[in-house]
Design a protein around this ligand. Structure first.
Ligand code: NAI
Length: 333
């Protein structure tokens, strides 16, 4: 089968080509994001393979369909960027990688917690400049602190285990409490989590219910100096509201791996140009904000799993047998 790979970086090329060593399929790699303007590149390809910031709205799906595409293979678990209703109407199959490495994301969330707490990113720069002052680097013991986890799926549970290992009390909120959750996880209403947690970490998907879950009203309920970590999806957080919370001191530390408008920024080297997202640039001015560019998933294990599961999905679609991780409108298998 011929597949057009969008948002293809050198590492995608490496891992997909490795998984396709038997050359059952032909992959064409396009560095550009899939948008209404780039969709014509997929003309004649039965499959497209896309990542989190590719656009799969109604008009793009329609163009893909008219060009002969019948399979959309997501290199991600999340599928909030796909208009599933339109894909279904068109009879297009959407597949995803349900789990590639929940450890990678949970461990990155912990890295953000540790770096922000002890300000290691500031210390690194100071030492290089011969500044050995400790002023401004004061952290706190994680032991005994309360961690609030929103979303206790695969990633949330691993994050809970690690933080519990530090001696933290673990609270969680999830409309579907996980039967695999350890007994140390206390499921509480959102309001209780907001008012009790010293650290709040977001591990829920982006849905209409979670859009701007962290807004001004939520932040007002939180403890003074709260640390917020978002490795979920950017739009779960209202950026204007967190900027106001940082300015007032209500939010003591903020760690982001995802950002509301990241489609225009992340995964590209924009260092030679002008970044015109003033909101994002404001975030980068705070000494107590640490941003990474959607790299939580980025481990060797995850990229191997993404490539191998994507190949298995394509094989199953083509042969009509084997396991295909299909995303259907509002239901998964
Ligand atoms: P999962 O599907 O295993 O777990 C998600 C959990 O969130 C479920 O338990 C679900 O019941 C819960 N949830 C749904 N609506 C909720 C709500 N309104 N409030 C609280 N909880 C709610 O997903 P997984 O694998 O743990 O991933 C979580 C999220 O992490 C993904 O949806 C994705 O957005 C993000 N992610 C980020 C990556 C990165 O590189 N930064 C990589 C992979 C995933």
């Amino acid at each position: 089968m011929r597949i057009a790979v969008f948002s293809a970086k050198p590492y995608d090329h490496t891992f997909i080509s490795r998984a396709n060593a038997a050359e059952h399929h032909v992959f064409n790699f396009f560095d550009v994001r899939l948008t209404v303007d780039t969709a014509p590149l997929a003309k004649g390809f039965e499959g497209v393979c896309v990542f989190v910031n590719d656009c799969l709205d109604a008009s793009v799906l329609q163009q893909l369909y008219e060009g002969g595409t019948r399979l959309v293979a997501l290199r991600s678990a999340g599928f909030n960027h796909v208009d599933l209703a339109v894909a279904e109407q068109l009879g297009m199959t959407v597949v995803r990688v349900p789990a590639y490495s929940p450890h990678a994301v949970a461990e990155h969330a912990v890295a953000l917690v540790l770096s922000l707490n002890r300000m290691t990113y500031r210390a690194y720069n100071r030492i290089r400049e011969g500044n050995f002052s400790l002023d401004g680097l004061l952290g706190f013991d994680l032991h005994g602190k309360t961690v609030g986890i929103i979303g206790t799926g695969q990633i949330g549970l691993i994050f809970a285990d690690i933080m519990h290992g530090f001696g933290c009390r673990i609270m969680a909120n999830d409309p579907f409490p996980n039967p695999d959750a350890n007994a140390f996880i206390e499921y509480v209403p959102l309001a209780t989590l907001f008012s009790s947690a010293d650290i709040i970490s977001l591990h829920c998907p982006l849905t209409p219910e979670t859009h701007h879950l962290i807004d001004a009203g939520a932040i007002n309920q939180m403890k003074d100096g709260v640390m917020i970590i978002n490795t979920g999806r950017g739009r779960v957080v209202d950026t204007q509201a967190v900027i106001a919370g940082l300015k007032s001191g209500k939010i003591g530390r903020l760690g982001l791996d995802v950002y509301e408008e990241e489609e225009q920024l992340f995964f590209e080297d924009l260092s030679q140009g002008v970044i015109d997202d003033d909101q994002f640039m404001r975030l980068t001015t705070f000494h107590n904000v640490l941003i990474t560019g959607h790299q939580a998933f980025f481990t060797t294990e995850a990229l191997t799993n993404i490539a191998e599961t994507t190949l298995a999905n394509i094989d199953a679609f083509e042969s009509g047998s084997g396991t295909m991780h299909r995303v259907a409108n509002a239901k998964l298998d």
